[in-house]
Design a protein around this ligand. Structure first.
Ligand SMILES: Cc1ncc(COP(=O)(O)O)c(C=O)c1O
Length: 333
């Protein structure tokens, strides 16, 4: 469950009224407005689509992975490997590391082959992968496409750069549990005009030149209206999460610790080997390779799956006393 600010509800009513009276329920002004505002927020061009999964699929198609290997962490949501399969790529699972729960360079090197064409870097938990810059340099050197799964990374930056800035592009999700939610929806961001144009065409069956074999991945104007309304509240949501995270930092010793230059949006707050009286969904207890019946040795991911948990940090987790002693008593046995 997530709370929508009263101001967002009012703004949505106003904007959706405008949509209904405009006569344009799809491909209209609100989608353009949501894209322009997300571009301003994330700092790179954006295309609104129907889901985070579609955003990933579109980027993988743009990268041309059909018939090639794509490295994906096993510690992710199933959307990541399935998007690779939809784009015709062969999923090669990789391990991750305990510091940030994301791929590190050595995990990529361990499974890379001459058939590798792309890497999907999944930013797990609300921060960006600590080694994003080194991984970006490596991919550029080796001629690999780097695609970022930014479903958790709303508001995260590394040295001022948002998710999606490091390689070919990034895929955001606005699913019901996400930091900025509009129920269903996604956004592709990319610094490449070519990629942005490809995705615009791919989300719309390749209209009108039909050179791109796309599919239906558009966002409706009513959904985009909620996007605009929610995005206006995002600074407030992120500020609340960051204030709670700062209090959690005082009471949890075994946790993800952010390096210098990293700003997290705190989709989740991640602790290790803690017994919590209250917690929210973990990221992730079931690893994709085992869910897909793929053999392999992923010791760090397996350790993380067993030993991490998440104290509540969803927007609307109210009535909490931010005094560290009160939080300690509320959350720890
Ligand atoms: C890491 C990750 N990737 C991709 C997705 C897919 O997003 P969507 O449900 O919007 O398709 C999600 C979330 O649901 C996710 O958590």
């Amino acid at each position: 469950m997530i709370r929508l600010e009263e101001a967002a509800v009012r703004r949505f009513h106003e904007l959706s009224d405008k949509v209904l009276r405009s006569g344009f329920l799809s491909e209209g002004e609100l989608t353009k407005q949501f894209e322009a505002q997300w571009q301003e927020f994330a700092g790179l061009p954006a295309v609104a689509v129907s889901s985070g999964g579609f955003a990933l699929w579109a980027l993988l198609e743009a990268a041309g992975v059909r018939g090639h290997e794509v490295i994906v962490p096993t510690n992710t949501f199933m959307a990541t490997p399935l998007a690779v399969e939809k784009a015709g790529g062969k999923v090669v699972f990789a391990d991750c590391n305990r510091q940030d729960l994301c791929l590190s360079l050595k995990d990529i090197e361990a499974v890379m082959t001459p058939a590798t064409k792309a890497v999907v870097l999944v930013h797990i938990g609300g921060h960006l992968a600590f080694e994003s810059e080194a991984i970006a340099r490596f991919c550029k050197d080796k001629g690999l496409a780097l695609i970022e799964d930014c479903a958790h990374a709303h508001g995260a930056t590394l040295h001022g750069k948002a998710g999606g800035s490091f390689g070919l592009g990034g895929a955001y999700s606005f699913y019901a549990t996400k930091t900025l939610t509009i129920g269903e929806g996604g956004m592709v961001v990319s610094n490449s005009n070519e990629v942005i144009e490809f995705v615009r065409s791919f989300r719309n069956y390749g209209k009108f030149a039909y050179k791109v074999a796309g599919f239906h991945g558009r966002m409706s104007e009513i959904t985009a209206a909620l996007g605009v309304a929610q995005l206006e509240q995002l600074p407030k949501i992120l500020d609340w999460k960051r204030r709670l995270a700062a209090k959690y930092d005082e009471i949890f010793a075994n946790r993800v610790s952010l390096p210098e230059g990293m700003v997290s949006g705190y989709y989740k707050y991640i602790v290790f080997e803690e017994t919590l009286k209250e917690k929210t969904g973990a990221v992730y207890s079931d690893l994709c390779h085992s869910l897909r019946g793929v053999a392999g040795n992923f010791p760090e991911s397996e350790w993380i799956a067993k030993h991490h948990s998440c104290p509540p940090i969803w927007y609307g987790y109210d009535g909490i006393d931010l005094n560290p002693e009160a939080l300690r008593q509320r959350l720890l046995s």
